[in-house]
Design a protein around this ligand. Structure first.
Ligand code: AMP
Length: 287
């Protein structure tokens, strides 16, 4: 594919034409939606798509509708040149880098009302977040007519929201969740990690440390959900995080908090370290 076709904005015709060609040839299309500032976590999704689909489209778009006015949209890291190099090295077939205007042209006014599972945790802290996520993901799925969409477990609730949305709205796309990629010290990779100072990063390690310790407690027979949740919160605070937004043991499917520990469950947490918000989670299954 010509380099110019990989990352061109200025109208979506090129994408529609490519997608039509691919579909006419019966090729399976995988999409990896991202906000850029790519790291190995993103690339693991591209690699999964590359292994399973004949055609892979990556998208790079810092989606304004999923940021509240008080959030970090303006300072969100943007590293497009490096991103495109990384994606080319992974042999993606196309990179969609739409402008804000292409995604939300004047007059745009239709939004997805996100499903029930969007209401708690992230949705409670960031009330309009999942509306923006659901809307942009649906648009990207429609634009690429992807057969499979690859999302990271790092954003566990996001996967639950998108899965419910495609089921509820009959979107013919399979949603695949890929494991969280961590740095060797355990910190879940995130584009926002680059905001962390050296000391903050040390504090940030308390999220994964606490998740793995909580899993151990569950494996040794801990049964009380609220006690486990309070213990996780205390660990984070004791390690110096500035604020715990939530730290909970929840049902792995419904994301409802558990009174009694029951597998499979997900340990979900979000905390602020300085001004940086970090998310992490761990699924605990039988065996
Ligand atoms: P973002 O660019 O943060 O919107 O993320 C784009 C996609 O990459 C989402 O599906 C994320 O869940 C996924 N992702 C982000 N960080 C990681 C990670 N550390 N491991 C696996 N997937 C990730």
């Amino acid at each position: 594919m010509a380099e110019t076709e990989r990352a061109r904005s200025g109208g979506m015709k090129w994408l529609t034409e490519l997608v039509n060609e691919w579909r006419a040839a019966g090729q399976r299309i995988g999409i990896v939606p991202t906000m850029g500032a790519l790291h190995q976590g993103h690339l693991s999704l591209v690699q999964a798509a590359r292994a399973e689909c004949e055609r892979v489209v990556a998208t790079v778009f810092v989606n304004p509708t999923q940021f509240a006015p008080t959030e970090d949209l303006a300072k969100y890291p943007r590293t497009l040149v490096a991103d495109l190099e990384m994606l080319a090295a992974e042999r993606v077939d196309a990179v969609l880098v739409p402008t804000e205007d292409e995604m939300y042209p004047p007059g745009f006014s239709t939004y997805v009302q996100p499903p029930e599972v969007s209401q708690k945790w992230e949705g409670a802290v960031r009330p309009s977040h999942f509306r923006g996520v659901a809307t942009v993901v649906l648009k990207l799925l429609n634009m690429t007519r992807a057969d499979v969409c690859y999302l990271g477990q790092k954003d566990y609730q996001q996967v639950a929201v998108v899965r419910r949305m495609v089921a509820d709205l009959n979107v013919p796309c399979e949603i695949k969740m890929c494991p969280t990629v961590r740095d060797p010290d355990g910190l879940a990779m995130s584009s926002r990690n680059r905001y962390l100072s050296k000391d903050e990063r040390q504090i940030g390690l308390s999220l994964s440390r606490t998740l793995f310790a909580a899993e151990k407690q569950i494996r040794s027979g801990a049964k009380n959900g609220p006690e486990l949740s309070s213990w996780m919160r205390e660990q984070l605070i004791a390690s110096g995080v500035s604020q715990v937004d939530y730290a909970f043991a929840a049902d792995a499917d419904t994301l409802e908090p558990l009174t009694e520990v029951r597998l499979p469950l997900v340990l979900l947490m979000a905390a602020r370290v300085g001004t940086t918000r970090l998310l992490d989670n761990l699924v605990v299954r039988q065996g």
